[in-house]
Design a protein around this ligand. Structure first.
Ligand code: NAP
Length: 300
């Protein structure tokens, strides 16, 4: 029996916004030449991607806080049609060296600053990047409601939140949580087994899978476990005439929570090729063979 193919587009939770089933991410974007940056975005469009994920902190370190958003804002100023073709997601709340701040004052400022850097009047999906356990959820809810009412953000999501943090915040927030962004790949299967994906189904959250290639290690395995996962993916990839990395994206999308791999490559050819993920129809046996390789021990 084969599993159903994922749709090319799907709803962003209860937001009323339609998004692609693959996203493209800008963690590694700051510092690119303008032409290379545009070529990467063009490749994502060519792959059918409409959901673009950045964060205020991307660029921190080598380039500086805000530099990935600034680069994208520069492109929007040059070519406004790029903004119109995107469902634009960004995040805030990581405040080095504090390290996290979700106070109403900080979140309000973070959203305003992102709008300025991105040179846009709206963020389609604004996400809290990491939980600040020192802010009461009621206060977060107030910041989000204000930004939503003002039209600055169209939808609200979280990243790296536990299930308890998501359900507690949801109780207080009049603006629904429509997405969650955990690390998820054939090398990082916690969410498959700990109930996070089940919660996402129950709450109608779009799951955005960060580091879907394990930061590149699916392409370049570093130890025996990673090699076993790569071998299991390659067997399926070869049978379908696609790359191992496309098989990794496809494995993620085959789960019924329909997680959205955030393609992290900045290489146009690799970005375009991600669309091959839609060519694989998984059998249960093949899908579980990758899970077992990732677990390193047989299923009960
Ligand atoms: P990833 O796809 O797991 O890793 C991308 C890296 O793998 C790039 O350096 C890429 O290099 C390399 N790569 C791609 N194909 C390869 C291959 N065949 N062999 C060897 N290396 C290969 O994704 P990621 O960049 O770590 O994360 C993706 C997105 O997730 C980010 O952009 C961001 O939007 C999001 N994210 C979110 C969080 C969070 O806390 N919410 C954390 C991390 C990331 P090339 O560019 O040269 O192809």
């Amino acid at each position: 029996m084969t599993l159903p193919l994922p749709p090319h587009t799907r709803p962003l939770g209860k937001s009323g916004i339609e998004i692609s089933s693959l996203a493209w991410g800008m963690w590694r974007f700051a510092g690119l030449e303008l032409s290379a940056a545009r070529a990467a975005i063009d490749a994502a469009f060519e792959a059918g991607i409409t959901l673009f994920d950045t964060a205020d902190i991307y660029g921190f370190g080598d380039q500086g806080f805000g530099k990935a958003e600034e680069l994208l804002g520069h492109i929007f100023a040059q070519a406004p049609e790029y903004r119109d073709r995107m469902i634009l997601a960004t995040k805030g709340g990581i405040t080095p060296p504090t390290p996290y701040d979700s106070s109403v004052e900080y979140l309000t400022k973070a959203i305003n600053d992102s709008l300025t850097r991105l040179r846009t009047d709206r963020i389609d999906l604004w996400q809290i990047h990491r939980p600040d356990v020192l802010t009461h959820p009621q206060e977060i809810a107030r910041a989000i409601e204000d930004a939503h009412t003002a039209g600055k953000i169209r939808a609200f999501g979280v990243s790296n939140f536990t299930q308890a943090q998501i359900s507690t915040l949801a109780q207080f927030s009049p603006v629904p949580i429509v997405s969650t962004q955990p690390e998820l790949s054939p090398l990082r299967i916690d969410t498959v087994e700990n109930g996070e994906l089940d919660q996402a189904i129950a709450m109608d959250l779009a799951v955005m899978a960060w580091s879907p290639l394990g930061g590149g290690r699916i392409g370049d395995p570093q130890n025996a476990r990673e090699q076993n996962v790569a071998t299991a993916l390659s067997a399926v990839a070869t049978a379908h005439g696609v790359s191992r990395t496309a098989a990794a994206y496809s494995w993620i999308m085959a789960h019924p929570a329909r997680p959205i791999p955030i393609v992290g490559s900045q290489n146009p050819a690799r970005i375009t090729e991600a669309a091959d993920a839609f060519k694989i129809q998984w059998t249960r046996a093949d899908w579980y063979s990758v899970l077992v390789a990732a677990r390193g021990v047989p299923l009960p």
